[in-house]
Design a protein around this ligand. Structure first.
Ligand SMILES: [Zn+2]
Length: 317
């Protein structure tokens, strides 16, 4: 017997409700499509003349790649979706005891598993995939970019074709932009990622909606790349990319309450408030600036000889 339209509608409602109620913490696509595209594009337009021309000319591709990892969240590619979702965030409150964070991803896992084993209440909050891996994926893509820049320099020196490595560099630069942009969105650095949890003396919203309202709905309706482009300056070389990137994440984390206070005052509703606009363009600019600084630092570091005494690593299998 064919299903009636009413039955079909009811089935659809049940399916949608199930999807929304069971959404994992990582459903949020930081900055939405627009914010990610803007951050990458603005950074690409600020690439200095001392960096390769092909990269400066690739602003369209780099902008397209801003949202790329959000295209890897489709349940149709379940293995990919599951494997990469923790890359978009880190709950810094969960690792306040682990300062500084180890640079080695697997050392980070080991410390978290130790913490999990020593914890009786909500121990699984300390699983790496629940805490989030945002600085690790960022530095790993940074490493890919730097390695590709080194290869580009070597091929140029040898007067060999560079087109293939140029394409790789453009991809890594654009891909890197996604995570750096996520890091500038305060709600990607916190357990307060989508509605306040725990003690709430200021009465911030506990509804699951603030995340998408701020980064996607509000930005798409009210902000353009030109609104923050003039705030992004010439790049500076980072002295210690991992350390500097963690400081950047922590400064983002320090602004979590600002997002909640702005939401509380209706700052992100409709056309929003001047304060919300000012806050948002500063966060977008911070993301673009850090991305540009990382590209620039990777380019400069790629010219350096490998360190004489590399840190010891286990033999590859
Ligand atoms: Zn993301």
């Amino acid at each position: 017997m064919p299903a009636t339209p009413k039955l079909l509608r009811r089935c659809l409602i049940v399916v949608l409700l199930t999807v929304f109620v069971t959404l994992p913490r990582d459903f949020a696509f930081a900055w939405g499509n627009e914010g990610h595209t803007y951050i990458n594009r603005v950074a690409a337009q600020r690439i200095p003349a001392t960096m390769p021309l092909f990269l400066r000319q690739a602003a369209v591709e780099i902008a397209y790649l801003g949202p790329e990892p959000d295209r890897w969240r489709n349940p149709a590619e379940l293995a990919l979706k599951n494997a990469q979702e923790p890359d978009h965030f880190i709950d810094l409150e969960r690792v306040a005891w682990l300062d500084p964070l180890p640079q080695d991803r697997y050392e980070f896992y080991r410390r978290l598993y130790e913490k999990q084993a020593a914890t009786s209440d909500h121990a699984d909050d300390y699983l790496p995939e629940h805490v989030g891996l945002q600085p690790y994926i960022t530095m790993e893509v940074y490493g890919r970019l730097k390695a590709a820049f080194r290869e580009y320099r070597a091929l140029q020196t040898a007067h060999k074709p560079t087109l293939a490595v140029q394409r790789a560099i453009i991809f890594y630069a654009g891909w890197l932009g996604h995570y750096v942009a996520d890091g500038s969105q305060p709600l990607h650095t916190t357990i307060q990622y989508n509605g306040w949890v725990g003690p709430n003396p200021n009465g911030y919203t506990t509804e699951h909606g603030i995340h998408g309202l701020f980064e996607a709905t509000y930005v798409a309706a009210n902000i353009a790349a030109k609104d923050f482009a003039p705030m992004v300056k010439a790049p500076t070389r980072l002295t210690d990319p991992f350390h500097d990137y963690l400081a950047y994440l922590n400064s983002s984390r320090d602004l979590v309450e600002n997002v909640y206070a702005l939401e509380q005052g209706g700052g992100f509703r409709g056309k929003g408030s001047p304060a919300a606009r000012d806050f948002t363009v500063h966060r977008l600019a911070a993301g673009s600036q850090m991305l540009l600084n990382l590209w620039y630092t990777a380019w400069l570091e790629s010219a350096e000889p490998n360190p004489e005494h590399l840190p010891s690593t286990p033999a590859p299998k």
